[in-house]
Design a binder for this molecule. Structure first.
Ligand code: ADP
Ligand code: MG
Length: 337
């Protein structure tokens, strides 16, 4: 056996695979970048099969000329300078890996312009390198067009699931992001048909209505809690609305969709006597925590996080749910901070 150093191209593709698992990961990373760029209007368009065509347009800050030259290198980010910054991270991105990864496994066209620049730039990027660059006129913002996803990593392409599943993954991804960003307008178009349009309505329950539909929206009751470390707002289904899995449980921590079985269980606790065995309540839960109390950097996809004093948070959640689903019980003081 001989030990060899992998060449740079292979390393890039392996690294890309950790972040870009499927077309939905591309949508997630691009839309999160648009949010981080301060956009309040984001349009996502897909055409054909899930790997054919993905377009994300935003009205955010745009890229400067200098940024364009390094944005597709691995670990290039404008959001983090030193490791201590991780403690106060408020942006969705910070690892500087998404654009590099996407550019290694697909073909990219990018159009971008900042407010202060006279002209924008139009670029073609392949294999992590800019192969074409032109000046163009356009309004402030950024548009990414991604085509031929996984064209140069056939094994990865082969392991994608049924195209319908991958498309549904994309829709699910956009729904989750739209649910957690009430101040941004989202539109999702598939083959010319509008799948989702949140409008500019900022009211959370209207947003839930436009994304999850009337059956869920009308079953939800609101509860909230606020202290120095936590700000929590949740919408919890009544005892007639439940599901056979936890897919309709939406947990957002500091604007980031996460999965966390302990949080789910803390919410479900008070439902046990109200809904059948092995059924799960539907809820949309927004938790804002001091970034010092969470570690988002435990997984490249960032959908799992570590929360310190998780049991305090969970006790608060159980208490909120109790007040929401048994509103007639006298309200007890929540002693925990
Ligand atoms: P990260 O989001 O972790 O910083 P990315 O690879 O996703 O890393 O993006 C690299 C950089 O490119 C970002 O830090 C940001 O400066 C810039 N960028 C990416 N997308 C956009 C966008 N839609 N508008 C403006 N700047 C962007
Ligand atoms: Mg990013």
């Amino acid at each position: 056996m001989m030990i060899r150093l992998l060449d740079e191209a292979t390393i890039s593709k392996i690294a890309a695979g950790e972040i870009i698992e499927n077309p939905a990961s591309i949508v997630k990373e691009l839309v999160e970048n648009s949010i981080d760029a301060g956009a309040d209007n984001i349009l996502i368009e897909i055409r054909g099969e899930s790997t054919d065509f993905i377009k994300v347009s935003d009205n955010g800050s745009g890229f400067s000329e200098e940024d364009l030259n390094i944005a597709f290198l691995r670990h290039s980010t404008s959001k983090l300078e030193k490791i201590e910054d991780l403690e106060k991270i408020r942006t969705l991105g910070f690892r500087g890996e998404a654009l590099a990864s996407i550019s290694n496994i697909s073909k990219i066209k990018l159009m971008t312009k900042r407010e202060e620049d006279l002209a924008g730039n139009s670029l073609v990027i392949e294999n992590g390198k800019i192969i074409k660059k032109n000046k163009i006129g356009m309004p402030k913002g950024t548009t990414f067009v991604i085509t031929d996803v996984f064209y140069n990593t056939p094994v990865r392409k082969k392991f994608l699931r049924k195209d319908l599943t991958e498309i549904n993954n994309i829709i699910d991804t956009v729904q989750k992001i739209a649910l957690s960003n009430n101040n941004i307008k989202f539109t999702l178009i598939k083959d010319g048909k509008t799948i989702l349009n949140t409008g500019s309505d900022k009211d959370p329950i209207n947003r839930i209505f436009s994304i999850l539909g009337s059956e869920i929206a009308s079953s939800l009751n609101e509860g909230s809690f606020e202290s120095e470390n936590y700000k929590i707002k949740g919408f919890f289904s009544d005892n007639k609305t439940f599901r056979s899995n936890r897919d309709s449980q939406y947990i957002f921590v500091n604007g980031r969709f996460i999965k966390n079985i302990n949080i789910s269980r803390a919410v479900e606790k008070k439902y046990h006597s109200l809904i059948p065995l092995n059924r799960y309540p539907v809820f949309v839960l927004y938790i804002d925590i001091d970034p010092k109390l969470i570690d988002v950097n435990i997984h490249p996809k960032k959908n799992e996080i570590k929360i310190s004093n998780e049991n305090i948070l969970n006790a608060i959640l159980t208490e909120i749910v109790e007040e929401v689903i048994y509103p007639n019980r006298s309200i007890r003081e929540i002693e925990i901070k």
